[in-house]
Design a binder for this molecule. Sequence first.
Ligand code: CTP
Ligand code: MN
Ligand code: MN
Length: 523
Amino acid sequence: MVPLKRRKVVSTSSATDTDIKATKYPDTVIFILERKMGASRRTFLTRLGRNKGFQVAEQFSEAVTHVVAENNSGDEVQAWLETQTVGRTTSNTVHLLSISWYTESMATGKPESIQEKHKLKVSHTPTPVTPVVSAKSYACQRRTPLKHHNLFLTEPLELLAENAELGENEGRSVAFRRAAAILKTLPRAVKRMEDLQGLPCLGEHSLRVIKEILEYGSSQEVESTRHSEQFQAMKALTGIFGVGVKTADRWFREGLRCPADVTKSEQRLNSSQQAGLLHHEDLSQRVSRAEADAIGQIVERAVQEVLPGAQITLIGGFRRGKETGHDVDFLITHPEEGKEEGLMPKVVQWLEAQDLLLYQKTTMNSYLESKEGPARPAHNMDRFERCFSIFKLERSVLGEAHSSAQATEGEPGGGEGRAPGSEPLPQRRPAGWKAVRVDLVVSPFSQFGFALLGWTGSKLFERELRRWAGREKNMSLSSHALYDNSKSPAVPVSQDICWVTLSLPERPSHVKKRASGTTRENA
Ligand code: CTP
Ligand code: MN
Ligand code: MN
């Protein structure tokens, strides 16, 4: 039995405890350490325990009484425990136990009494430390500013996250993203490992990378990944609009390394990939806020032409205050429920008639509505009517300074838009327009609040919000609705958010306040 000198900072005791559903042994709350065990074995053991009526916590919290580890020494587990807790002495204790205690308890179906052989041996007694800073464990519970003090650590961690995504290792990628996100919340630059004491979300691998950067200025793993042929090629190939990880991987194995290789090769390309390659140069440039605003005006005009009274809202990164983005995202709705149906094809048709679209793929909505509200989310993908497109943005609409600085000589339709087979120009003349990726989403008014929340991002923020809802509140959140898992109909929501966000003039009198703005988290 080790006195638990450092307690994790938990906002409310109920917050992290609700994932503990079983009540058979209320005094025994087990936490299984994933370190050196692996996620799949931990999941298996967790499920096994829960099926037998044990309380096995997903997250470490104050409620945990038994920490179970495999292949870890007592000192390793103690060191891990110290990263989970901050300097506060309480009378609570936690048992650090070997997996043998857990398997024996599983066999008998009740928590076995702890014997000497079960205990992990800890050679040092923890000394209380003063917490440098504390933070809540879900990204959606914290402020994550766009500009922060730890870019020198978050950039390398996010590079490893990206590499894990390119290798389709989602778990690993999320772990690095969570680690980067927590560092963005810190009020100052990290100087020593001790500055991280007490912070959640920092796994062993991320801590190793951070330590190396603090000691040597860079991490060998990060730098070798950054310069590896595979990482660079996968990044370049997935950078083509319409190309996912699977296609990029196949091309990589066939020897292709960059968009030019794909153009030269005899690959069969679908229409989005063809458009992606054709406009690759423009699409690989960041989209500026001025460009986003100009696109916003076009979308507004299109929407008003085909459905007067419809409302558009800028979503995605620009709504979070980013200065540039890889695309521009808009949410469209109409205050009269049902009016929005079939809107997207009409908007697209109008844009095409004006020669403003270079590519578009519209998918119809597929949500199943019933009296009980939108269907429960089966997975993360939402089911709104949406359009992935490439806009043809005339540079002239961006105003004098911008257009004269970026393009003058090229006539509209010049540059990469020329017909195949025409003579290539000796050097690329800037076209009179720029290809810009635009995502449009249509939601019914009744779901607008959820759609706005779900499409503002960041991706990690959304993921954490859903995880928090599920694990801590026993609720299911999607871009359509919120469900209490213990009840049937969707949680009824006020429509105020819609009226306030859209500042509609005819909003009901009880809705007074203007939305406070667009400070969203940039986890
Ligand atoms: N989104 C989604 N389903 C998709 C794609 C996106 O729900 N298939 C939502 C996500 O919540 C995401 C948001 O739309 O956070 C915006 O996605 P995206 O444009 O990819 O990212 P941004 O955060 O806008 O970043 P960027 O500035 O690079 O565009
Ligand atoms: Mn975006
Ligand atoms: Mn997008």
